[in-house]
Design a binder for this molecule. Structure first.
Ligand SMILES: C[S@@+](CC[C@H](N)C(=O)[O-])C[C@H]1O[C@@H](n2cnc3c(N)ncnc32)[C@H](O)[C@@H]1O
Length: 270
């Protein structure tokens, strides 16, 4: 599927990340590992990763657990990056990517054992529709695992406004919001584990994941992109207006791991 005839992303924030070869979620590798354990990802699992970004978690799960992975992302550039990564790692036989919108998944019912999603739902306009899609494509007894940003303390309005402006995220619901949304979509009792982190820990984790060649390319291509693309210039101008609270942002938000299971069919009465 191409961006001409399929879903597409209009986010400068994600377009830049795709060109740099970097996407992120709070908690990084440690969060991915913990969420995979809670979703019982194993050699037999067929895992659907929603909003796969540049494919880091998809390749990690396939390498660590030997599972099959399908990753989808609304941005074709992210899909291309992910495909490149899987190829470089020799994982093409187990890992595949497609350009698709989480709100309308191009798969039949009951196909996957795990739907895995890190730092994506906050960016989706109709989160309930997406959640219903996750449940639809999941096998009975399968897991939906989400890693989402959550406010852990009431944030100053200037910080909420800044993050919405910079990242295009509509809102980070309070943590009960994600849990309730999953249960309303028909998942069984949803477990919730809230973590906080620090700017230094988060930054160190992110840097560890970046390929130095991608980093060099990012430094070279960014000024060119800013000259070429007015939307990019507007984005930079907007995001340079930092609120003071940005330096304390990890006091206000952390990440929550949420795991729920699709109920098995109730046996028909004889
Ligand atoms: C913050 S990044 C996280 C990427 C990846 N999960 C990671 O942790 O590195 C969010 C990703 O979600 C994708 N995305 C946003 N809206 C989407 C949608 N409606 N359907 C599928 N992917 C979407 C973006 O293109 C981006 O790659």
């Amino acid at each position: 599927m191409t961006e001409e005839n399929g879903p597409h992303s209009e986010s400068v924030y994600f377009d830049l990340q795709a060109s740099w070869g970097v996407t992120k979620h709070i908690g990084d590798r440690q969060a991915t590992r913990e969420l995979a354990a809670q979703c019982d990802v194993n050699r037999e699992s067929y895992v659907l990763i929603i909003g796969c970004g540049v494919g880091v978690a998809a390749c990690y799960l396939a390498e660590q657990h030997g599972c099959r992975v399908m990753g989808i992302d609304i941005s074709q550039r992210m899909v291309d990056r992910s495909t490149e990564r899987a190829k470089k790692k020799g994982l093409q036989d187990r890992v595949e990517f497609r350009c698709a919108d989480a709100q309308s998944l191009p798969f039949g019912d009951s196909l996957f054992d795990v739907v895995f999603c890190e730092s994506v739902n906050a960016f989706i306009p109709d989160q309930r529709k997406a959640m219903a899609e996750y449940v639809r494509v999941l096998n009975a007894g399968g897991y939906v695992g989400l890693n989402e940003c959550v406010w852990v303390e009431t944030p100053p309005a200037e910080l909420v406004d800044y993050l919405e402006r910079a990242m295009g995220a509509e809102f980070f619901p309070a943590h009960e919001g994600w849990k309730a949304m999953m249960e309303q979509a028909g998942l069984g009792p949803v477990s919730e584990t809230i973590h906080t982190t620090s700017a230094v820990r988060q930054w160190a984790n992110e840097v560890r994941e970046i390929d130095p060649r991608d980093m060099a390319m990012a430094y070279l291509s960014f000024p060119v992109e800013c000259i070429r693309n007015p939307a990019c210039r507007r984005f930079v101008k907007d995001t340079m207006r930092l609120p003071r609270s940005i330096f304390r942002m990890f006091r206000y938000f952390g990440y929550g791991l949420y795991v729920g299971r699709k109920p098995r069919r109730v046996a028909a009465a004889s």
